[in-house]
Design a protein. Structure first.
Length: 394
């Protein structure tokens, strides 16, 4: 892309960002919010959907129950578009943890099998695997690189051990924003008959991801962060071809074929759906999942590739300061492994964080650094204000 085209693109993205701020996130006029890796805000359009469903619940005779299930089917299609999956590969869940537990307990792991998990993963991607140790499964917490990032070379080599049956890793690390090369890891796993499970919550919504071009077997993702969705929303992706090989540990009654026909519910035909609905434990939180549907459509309208590009612009004041040695950044700055999460380690962390809050900048502290996680509604000018404070405490 030439310089003029790039400038035009930046102008277009800036215009769309400002439009979003006014229409969907009006509270941004007096708050600088850089904590999307903690809790993402709900857009106005999604709030309307949630409120409408809550109002219907107050008068349940007005609820179109078959229509609700049709809308859940639409939500699976919408989420599928986000990661280029088929709707029948998407199960609706209430959290990342639930999706990771589905993976840990549904995969055919046996005593003496090894699961690789990089050290410093978020606990949601550690404890479900550690629970398997009571069955004799061994969990190996692999050491990070000197920078504190997952050692991808080691992981690619380690999966060649026939005892290693699964690798569980985050698309983006919660504490430093490192974006894993899932394509590289997936290729190594596929060559060695090793399952690849991905925790997508810190990446999906801020960086493009295509399950058809990677060897991901299962991905779990909550909606409350980068998907700008309600609490209690999320999804699990299970690769087609693997779906029918896995049985859920817990089953909901709607996971079985024929249960959509209320006239024969007591026939009890034990035949699980052939799609990812077999992993859905009902009753699903309709208002949260349909709110997620609306939020994901907003992201699809903006285009996740554009969000990634815009976040580079928003984070540029931090990366420029880091490259001129004005800030110590603990995140990767190269394009392959950088993300919308940028972490800065000032010398006086507590004082710096307090000062940011006094200046109206909302961020978070993780693993000894200030974690800045802007989204599509943030601007470079907001980041410049944060950088001005951070450099005082560098």
């Amino acid at each position: 892309m030439n310089t003029q085209a790039a400038a035009t693109s930046r102008r277009d993205l800036r215009k769309r960002c400002l439009e979003l701020r006014l229409k969907e996130f009006p509270w941004t006029s007096n708050t600088i919010y850089f904590n999307n890796a903690g809790i993402g805000p709900l857009p106005e359009r999604s709030r309307v959907v949630v409120d409408e469903l809550v109002a219907e619940k107050m008068a349940p005779h007005t609820i179109d129950v078959p229509g609700l299930f049709d809308r859940l089917a639409e939500t699976r299609r919408t989420v599928g578009r986000l990661i280029n999956a088929e709707a029948d590969e998407i199960g609706l869940t209430t959290s990342t943890s639930l999706g990771l537990n589905i993976a840990a307990h549904a995969l055919p792991l046996q005593a003496s099998d090894i699961v690789l998990v990089p050290q410093r993963e978020f606990p949601a991607n550690v404890y479900p695997w550690l629970q398997l140790e009571s069955r004799g499964v061994k969990v190996e917490l692999t050491q990070p690189t000197s920078d504190g990032w997952p050692d991808e070379k080691y992981l690619c080599d380690r999966v060649s051990d026939p005892k290693v049956k699964a690798l569980a890793i985050s698309l983006v690390q919660f504490s430093n924003g490192y974006k894993a090369n899932i394509a590289r890891l997936g290729e190594a796993c596929r060559l060695n008959d090793c399952y690849l499970v991905v925790d997508g919550i810190q990446g999906i919504g801020q960086t493009p991801f295509d399950v058809k071009s990677t060897a991901v077997d299962i991905m779990a993702c909550g909606g409350q962060k980068w998907l700008l969705s309600p609490f209690g929303s999320g999804f699990v992706y299970v690769r087609k071809g693997l779906l029918e090989q896995l049985e859920p540990t817990f089953v909901g009654w709607l996971a079985f074929e024929g249960t959509d026909d209320y006239s024969r519910l007591t026939e009890y035909e034990y035949k699980l759906h052939t799609d990812a609905r077999r992993f859905e434990v009902n009753t699903l939180p309709f208002q949260d999942l349909l709110g997620m549907d609306e939020s994901v459509k907003l992201l699809l309208d903006f285009r996740v590739a554009n969000i990634e590009k815009w976040l580079r612009e928003v984070c540029r004041p931090v990366t420029d300061a880091a490259q001129s040695d004005k800030l110590r950044v603990t995140s990767s700055l190269d394009r392959e492994h950088s993300s919308g999460i940028v972490c800065v380690a000032p010398k006086r962390l507590t004082e710096c964080f307090r000062r940011l809050e006094e200046e109206g900048v909302r961020a978070s502290v993780r693993e000894g650094a200030v974690r800045l996680s802007p989204h599509c509604y943030n601007t470079p000018e907001e980041m410049e204000k944060a950088v001005a404070v951070l450099t005082e405490y560098a």
